[in-house]
Design a protein around this ligand. Sequence first.
Ligand SMILES: NC(=O)c1ccc[n+]([C@@H]2O[C@H](COP(=O)([O-])OP(=O)(O)OC[C@H]3O[C@@H](n4cnc5c(N)ncnc54)[C@H](OP(=O)(O)O)[C@@H]3O)[C@@H](O)[C@H]2O)c1
Length: 299
Amino acid sequence: MKILVTGGTGFVGKVVVERLLARGHSIRVLARGTRPAPGGTCETVQGSILRPESLPAACREVDAVVHLVGIISEVGDQTFERVHTEGTRNMLHAAQLAGIRRFIHMSALGTRPEAVARYHRSKWEAEVAVRASGLDWTIFRPSLIYGPGDGFVGLFARMAEWSPVLPVIGTGQSRVQPVAVEDVGHCFASAPTTPASVGRTFDLCGPRSYPFDRVIRMILEATGRHRGVVHLPLPIARLQARILESVFPRILDQAPPLNRDQIQMLEEDNVGDPVPASEVFGFVPRSFEDGLARLFGRA
Ligand SMILES: NC(=O)c1ccc[n+]([C@@H]2O[C@H](COP(=O)([O-])OP(=O)(O)OC[C@H]3O[C@@H](n4cnc5c(N)ncnc54)[C@H](OP(=O)(O)O)[C@@H]3O)[C@@H](O)[C@H]2O)c1
């Protein structure tokens, strides 16, 4: 199949593209040109999901769209509402105009209409648009995704190299169910040719959930470093995030390293049911212990 991948230059996107290529699909990546596009046999089309006029060229002669674009932090016109909701609507419209039937969409666990976090609410609005599109859609909702080049396990592992302590926001008791990026890649790469996944929404998560505090300690164990864990009280974390949110975009034109939406999401459980995806896409989700051992070369 000829498949258009949006977000193909990102952490998850690179793995999805690799997996799709391995299955013999022909891949076109929509890229803004801010990061290197995946190499190999991929075709790249310059564009942004916020510029609808750039999308028809990307959609030409395509059989399926894998829509991965998302942001965790806002900067300039890249707001959650614009990128997640408006951007997805733009992509759906472009797919409809081009006569593309298959649409595979990246959402997130915790996405719901009454969510406090704007990340989750804007992802919900995107899901609503996908379900109403009349296309042959599949929606995936991952928990925390980890793997080479991620922005979470990697971040804490790097911090452990120089910092005597690692910070945990709040009590660290909310639960998360980390999923390996290889498993996410497997599902996205299988979906275009899995008719049983049409019209369905799948959680993507590992076999077990852990309190956030435990996740940090597991990362430390996997890296072989002995470091303390300090709990940052929520009001202090929120104040810090508020300052970073105003300083980073305005002065550095960069997304802040921490924002209040992320803090809100860290306070909520982020858990799901891995069984439906593993049954439909025929795989056994990797345990976090195994994934960490592989990541840090201890398996
Ligand atoms: N990582 C996780 O733990 C996690 C968990 C649940 C859900 N998700 C979702 O998974 C998706 C991928 O996440 P990720 O971790 O791979 O993020 P990432 O590394 O930051 O990648 C984001 C991708 O989106 C692209 N992008 C951003 N704005 C765009 C725009 N206006 N037009 C076109 N492309 C644009 C980026 O392209 P450029 O190269 O142009 O910047 C990049 O390829 C997101 O939808 C995210 O919400 C991630």
